[in-house]
Each structure stands twice: as C-alpha cells, then as structure tokens.
Design a protein around this ligand. Sequence first.
Ligand SMILES: C[S@@+](CC[C@H](N)C(=O)[O-])C[C@H]1O[C@@H](n2cnc3c(N)ncnc32)[C@H](O)[C@@H]1O
Ligand code: SF4
Ligand code: SF4
Length: 381
Amino acid sequence: MLDYEDIIQVHIELSSYCNSSCPSCPRNIDGGITDPELIPNSLSLDDVKKILSVDLLKQLKNINFCGNYGDPIMCKDMIEIVQYINEHNNTVKLAIHTNGGARNLAFWSDLGRVISTMPNAHVVFGIDGLEDTNHLYRIGVNWQKLMSNVKAYISAGGLALWDFLVFSHNEHQVEQAKALSETLGFSRFIEVSPHGFKYNGKMRVVDRQGKFLHFLEQSNIKTRPVDVKMLFDKVDFDLTVEDIKQTHNNIRKSVRDAGHFNYQNQRDRFAAMDSIEIQNCMSVRFSEIYIDSNGGIHPCCFLGHINQDSSPIPELEWHKHWIETTIGIENINSLNKPIKEIMDSYFPLIKESWTKTFAQGRNPMCALKCGIQRPMGHIRS
Ligand SMILES: C[S@@+](CC[C@H](N)C(=O)[O-])C[C@H]1O[C@@H](n2cnc3c(N)ncnc32)[C@H](O)[C@@H]1O
Ligand code: SF4
Ligand code: SF4
C-alpha cells in the first residue's frame, strides 16, 4: 500500500466543530440535533507542526482542509496554520472547504491576504442556492454574513471556487447563482449532485428538538443513484435524543457482543461482499492519507469516520473494533507516534485484508466503498 515517502496528498480535518447542520452530514441527525455522541475537537498550530513536519510538508503536492465532521474555518489557528504551510511549501495545491458562514470580516480578509501569496491555494465555498434557499441545506448559515465574508475574502485577493449542491428546491437558481459567482469574482462554479436521500429517496429534516419539518428532494435535472437506501413505511416521524442513542446502540450491538463480534447479525451481509474486487483504493490512487481532528491517521476519509462514535454504520463499527483489537486507537494517533511508524504497522494490514473473505478478516468498509461494483466520489457536472 502507500508508504510514508510516497505521500503526496494529505486530507486534514482541522476541526469537527461547525456553525451549520446540513441534513446529510454525519455530525448531526437529519439537520437538527447534533449527534449526541460527537466529541468535537480542533487541531492547534502546535498539533499541525507536530503532525506535518517541515520535511513532510515539502514533499506534498496537495493539501485538502475538509473533513468528515466539521468545518476547517472553525479551527481557531486556521490563519497561522496556513501561514506555516506557506512558509515551507508555498506552491502546494491547498484547498479549504467551507460553508463560509462562520468567523468575522477581519478573519476573511486575513485569509484572503495569505491565500493571495500562494499561487495554488483556494477556498471552496459550499453555497447551495441563493438568499431564499441556501439555508434549506446549509442550516444556520446566514446569507448576508456569508456574502460579506465572501466579499472580504475575494477583495483581499483570495481565490474562490463555488460548489453548488443541486436539489429540487434550488435547481431553478443554478444559472442565477452562476451569474452571481461571476459578479462576486469567483474563479469557478460547479454543480454537484448531493448524496443522502436515504428515506425512500428523500432527505429528512428535523428541528433542534427532533420535530419532523419537511423533506429535501433530489433535483429532477441532476440525479445520482441513491447510495444508501433505508426503506421505512413511515418516514415523517419526530426524533428524540433517546431514539438516536437507541439506534446507535442497536447498530453497535448488532456488530459487537461483549467485546466480540456477533457474527450472527452481520455475517451474511458482510460475506455477500466477498466477491467484490477492491481495486479503487483512494489512498493508493492519490497517494493520500487522511488525518482526523484528533490527530488520528487513516488511509482515507471513509475509514477516518471512526474518530467519532457518532452515526455508526456496521462496516465502520467493524473497522473500529478491528483497530481497537489489533493496533489500538492510541497507536494510530500522530500526536503520539510518527506518521511513518503508524503507516508501517497499519496500512499493510488493510491491503492484506482485501484478498481475504470476510470470515478470514476482510475489511467490509473497503469492499463497500472501493469495490469495483460501486462507483465512488461526487458526480460532478
Ligand atoms: C463534511 S463537509 C466538511 C467541509 C465543510 N464543512 C463544507 O461543508 O464544505 C465535506 C464535503 O462534503 C460536501 N457535502 C456536504 N453535504 C453533501 C451532500 N449531501 N452531498 C455531497 N457532498 C456534500 C461539502 O460541501 C464538503 O465539500
Ligand atoms: S457545513 Fe460541512 S461540516 Fe458543517 S454541517 Fe455542513 S457538511 Fe457538515
Ligand atoms: S475504504 Fe479501504 S480501499 Fe477504500 S480508500 Fe479507504 S483504505 Fe482504500
């Protein structure tokens, strides 16, 4: 698999805090309640200096500040971290993914100024509509504040890209948003087909008390296969924190039983993936590692989900249990151990698992995400 000396791309979750609650983001339940088991954290400048040594920084071609559970802009030391990268690798291709709604104008001007000195750096703003629609997915993002932040950043010289998730409620605004992006000075506008329509093909939205509000629906123009399908007789139900904890416990119990795998419940489903050939490993294809907001090292963002107990899915529970019982969670943390040591002890075991059956120890998450029967990644226009 990937060796330390060959890493050219690093995906980092600088923070698992967020100012928004998008309905299909794993940090919250259907846009309302923050996952009760999420323990957010941000990396500090000192953490980043420890994790990304000057030597490693110099060998990198791409750095992606994105993550699974948060918004990088919520990281307190964001500007200093970008300055540290700039100091040691000015030409690295740096991408910062954000909803753009947090922090003040001084922050955005400062960020724009640093980014303007880096020839290949940019911010990708996730803006899914206009004033009357963006907040339907980017719940909690205030349009006026977002626009002021964007203007402060661009006028300070920062390169800005706009990613637009197309739903049925905003598909009629794509051309208008594209025109606005040009007026504001964005360098690129792209339409992205969202995932997460898991309630009979719809996305459910609840409020902060768990009360069902409405559904978001797929665009009629831009559709993608429904990747995770949950079929319920009734989908417009309210939720409580207790319901959420119960669901989490049920999933955990179905995979683990007093510290051992309870194969009874999951074996057939996992074993059904034995015939899937794993050949799309993102870590191998992009020479990439993923670093979570606690400093954990993973081959990819898919496996990086285990840094939180929230939103468990059986394949991830399997992986988390496997890490705990083989290597140890603390032994994949780059704040405790050098990345090279972590990779040498961890990554070859993942690769070995690809040619096994589930009964022999195949990692079911690798088959789910990177098997040849399943295309992966965003479908972009
Ligand atoms: C979890 S977010 C973290 C970064 C940042 N908070 C943001 O939203 O841009 C990771 C990426 O997922 C994208 N995203 C969020 N919801 C999505 C969805 N339903 N379908 C596809 N991409 C989505 C975001 O736009 C972002 O590029
Ligand atoms: S802005 Fe990003 S991290 Fe925050 S809730 Fe939305 S998708 Fe998740
Ligand atoms: S899920 Fe497995 S196969 Fe896919 S990118 Fe991650 S490590 Fe590679």
